[in-house]
Design a protein around this ligand. Sequence first.
Ligand SMILES: Nc1ncnc2c1ncn2[C@@H]1O[C@H](COP(=O)(O)OP(=O)(O)OP(=O)(O)O)[C@@H](O)[C@H]1O
Ligand SMILES: [Mg+2]
Length: 239
Amino acid sequence: MSILEAVDLKKTFANVTAVDGVSLDVGTGEIIGLLGPNGAGKSTTLHMLLGLITPDSGSIRMFGMELAGHRVEALSRINFAASYVDLPGVLHVREVLDVFARLYGVRDPKSRVGELIELLDLGPLRKRKVMELSSGQRTRVQLAKALVNEPSLLILDEPTANLDPDAGDRIRSLLVRLARENGRAMLITSHNMQEVERMCDRIHFMSSGRIVASGSAAELAGVYGAESLEEVFLKVARS
Ligand SMILES: Nc1ncnc2c1ncn2[C@@H]1O[C@H](COP(=O)(O)OP(=O)(O)OP(=O)(O)O)[C@@H](O)[C@H]1O
Ligand SMILES: [Mg+2]
């Protein structure tokens, strides 16, 4: 089933065309990767899908509903994580998760927060203030927050950017498990090509606001005569 369908999204800021006709869809349990060089328009695309900024044109449907007319219902069934989103820094980790659980109207907030603390290995940090955490620790809190409402669609802007190799590996395994076993759909951006190769069912390469190549990692490698996604990236970005 299609969870998200975006058609011909466009966004221009002053004199910069950030997104120039992007269409994509995400189905149940699928992990879709959005790749591309800095400034390609990936975050802007995600922000339109999240209703944080309004597209100049194009349409966004989530769960069969037009986002513009059904924001509250659609957004209550998705969630978002990015390192640049601020969490309330003076609160303890557990309190932050509790606040978000209540905001999302989670049925049993206490037990959900306990599950998330376990899942993201936040036990030793639960009584620490968010502003005192390291960037990688904060990333794990962001991911816990993003899972609080058991979202059908997770939008993740560079979810593992601050994580050490061990934590990154654990998070990738967790996300893949959530997609495969719980049917959660994900749209992620990343500059880590091995991560994308491992996690994503389909990949869209963006360049200057447009999708210039799409397919699985293996398909893209075939099309570009490359041995790895990293090599595909270099060929696409430099062509
Ligand atoms: N609020 C804004 N005002 C003006 N220009 C913006 C704004 N947000 C993004 N842009 C511009 O739009 C373009 C796309 O930016 P975007 O953040 O979407 O890129 P990105 O693909 O996410 O890059 P990165 O890999 O560096 O995160 C850039 O040229 C950026 O400067
Ligand atoms: Mg970005």
